[in-house]
Design a protein around this ligand. Structure first.
Ligand SMILES: Cc1ncc(COP(=O)(O)O)c(C=O)c1O
Length: 339
């Protein structure tokens, strides 16, 4: 099977497993795991922030960050397709009493004026807005990259209204490689970021919340409250350190593979948006096949793809898919879509 459902399906490489097996560990709830401490320091430094906190998942890292910025009852602004309001199962409301209000799903094509117009000021007569969250790259937005100029304007909107700006940076590494923007430049624009080691970077588990020392001290408390304090977790942090050392620059290969797949499907009128990174979004509204039918036909030919809706599907390239497999997948899809 060629698995293009997600970049989360990768398995640790032999080098990564070796790093995990030989990791120095301690009880991280006591703050005694040197490999976790090293990972947190390294990630904080890469983003030009004071501190970082290792968390078991991107969802928990996002939710901790949102709790840092938005008190119960107050409001978060994000887009209607954001991971935090689509795939985190209502966590902001369920665990933290956070109200979420969304701008229409436009992926990475955000208009900062639209966001600014949504902000509600502090006061007793309306829900006060406390934070804005954006997603870089945008998952349901087909791996789109928010331009630096847009992020700078959003920073101005946040500053102008006294709001926090959070980045769901599960795939910020891909944006860094695609647009050549230094990670520290992204880091400087946000109060907090959540970044994942378990997506394109190929680690089995792990995300980090990045921010000021003060925010991360509070984040450590919130992580424990959510049941995310972990013990000899240097074994996983070692996988993350290995991924940072070996799997960031190579993301350009995944982007090239996605472009190759996009080229194969585009003539059939099903490419939803231009491909920038490792996600190929498919829009089947004008095609005779719907998304489940395309996925079933692909599966019968040994290819797994994700169905996101009745007429939307997704292909994702990653560490565990070879050039030859991408060629095979491209041929398979072109054959099915042509029929
Ligand atoms: C943009 C984005 N944010 C957050 C997450 C959450 O990560 P996790 O599955 O580790 O909770 C994902 C997962 O795919 C994602 O795509």
């Amino acid at each position: 099977m060629i698995d293009l459902r997600s970049d989360t399906v990768t398995r640790p490489t032999p080098g990564m497993r070796e790093a995990m097996a030989t990791a120095e560990v301690g009880d991280d709830v006591y703050g005694e795991d040197p490999t976790v401490a090293a990972l947190e320091a390294e990630v904080a430094a890469r983003f030009g922030h004071e501190a970082a906190l290792f968390a078991p998942s991107g969802s928990m890292a996002n939710q901790i960050a949102l709790q840092l910025h938005v008190p119960p009852g107050d409001e978060l602004l994000c887009d209607a397709d954001a991971h935090v309001v689509t795939y985190e199962i209502g966590a902001a409301a369920a665990y933290a009493g956070i109200s979420s209000r969304t701008w229409p799903a436009v992926g990475a094509e955000i208009d900062p004026d639209v966001v600014a117009a949504m902000v509600r000021p502090d006061g007793y007569f309306a829900v006060p807005t406390r934070a804005i969250a954006v997603e870089q790259t945008h998952n349901r937005g087909g791996g789109g990259v928010i331009p630096l100029s847009t992020l700078r304007r959003l920073r101005e909107v946040a500053d102008g209204h006294g709001l926090a700006l959070h980045c769901d940076g599960a795939r910020i590494w891909h944006a860094h490689v695609a647009d050549g923007v230094p990670l520290a430049e992204y880091g400087g624009l946000f109060d907090t970021l959540s970044v994942c080691l378990s997506k394109g970077l190929g680690a089995p588990v792990g995300s980090l919340v990045v921010g000021s020392a003060e925010k991360i001290a509070r984040a450590r408390f919130l992580r424990k409250r959510m049941g995310g304090g972990m013990r000899q977790v240097g074994i996983l942090a070692a996988a993350g350190r290995y991924a940072l050392a070996h799997h960031v620059e190579r993301l350009a290969e995944d982007h090239a593979k996605a472009a190759r797949l996009a080229e194969a499907v585009a003539p059939h009128g099903v490419l939803a948006t231009a491909v920038r990174t490792n996600i190929v979004p498919l829009d089947l509204t004008k095609h005779p096949l719907d998304a489940p039918a395309l996925a079933a036909a692909a599966r019968a030919e040994g290819l797994l793809i994700s169905v996101l809706g009745p007429r939307t599907a997704r292909l994702v390239t990653h560490l565990d898919v070879t050039d030859a497999q991408v060629d095979r997948a491209a041929d398979t899809l072109a054959t099915i879509l042509r029929a």
